[in-house]
Design a protein around this ligand. Sequence first.
Ligand SMILES: Cc1ncc(COP(=O)(O)O)c(C=O)c1O
Length: 347
Amino acid sequence: MARTIELRSDNAAGVAPELMDAILEANVGSALAYGGDDLTQRLRDVVADVFEHPDVSVYPVASGTAANALALSALCPPWGSVLCHDTAHILRTECGATSLLGGGAVMTGVPGPHSRLAPAGVEAALMATRWGDPHHSQPSVLSLTCPTDYGTIYTPAEVGALAETARTRGLRVHIDGARFANAVQALGCSPADLTWRAGVDALSLGGIKNGVMNADLIVCFEPALAESLMYRVKRSGHVASKMRFQSAQLVRYLTDGLWLRLAEQANSTMRRLATGVEAAGATLLNQVDVNMVFAELPAAAIDQLLADDVLFYRMSDTTVRLVTSFQTTIDDVDEVVQRFQRAIAAC
Ligand SMILES: Cc1ncc(COP(=O)(O)O)c(C=O)c1O
């Protein structure tokens, strides 16, 4: 039987060994609960250091959805709307979590090429708003997904231009960074340049898709929001009593560049995979900036690949999504490319 190769999602990957070690090392003796422990205190300092921002506040939570909904609830009034791309995870795939935790705040989708917003699109949405009209939600936050749900990224200059457009009407700016490490690694930029220096107020910093077991992190760059976030995180049940195990992972994740090394494995194996499947005859449907590719190929080839134990999402009869992770190896990629070659050649 052929070896099973996992390309469904980076969520399907396991826990990075370094992060499992961090959990075990934290499992000694006892510690104060609810974030009063030393590791959680250290986490704030590590994040302040990595993001070069002394006044940062941090909130470990159990999922990317929680990070987004809580961060946005602090940034957006209940009558407000969050402008985001049409394809944004907060709009399409979080079942209205932001509206629930945001007291009724809504998401407004804005189109843009390559699943990314452009200043002109945001400007058009702002121009079309009936400001001050109580019959209409008032745009209050711009949320960028970086990387996007379709594997593309924004540069620091692009984030800066979008934030500047948003500021013309007083909007705050949030990044859904469920795969933020992949973006920072691909861009080779500083985390500060891609966030607060470009005008971002809060970041949902993913860890789970990149080797962390059970912690993502809200990173808030705006001290005025810290108190509100503290209560919101508690009221939604995200102040874990044994937070030290989440913090232990996030401290290790962000120390000595581990988060970027894990992302590098996912990004570089994806580059090799995308090149290989394209050479095998598949058509790539997205710009491959990080660890995700969408491809079109004959339906019969997709049937064959599934029969061949390649695990991926079939988006339609003739399209697939392939995602690499920190666990994907060059051997995995080369094996999958061979299976693509055989499957497509047989059609
Ligand atoms: C871009 C993006 N944001 C947020 C999330 C939400 O993360 P979670 O599934 O941990 O709630 C995901 C999950 O796939 C995602 O892809």
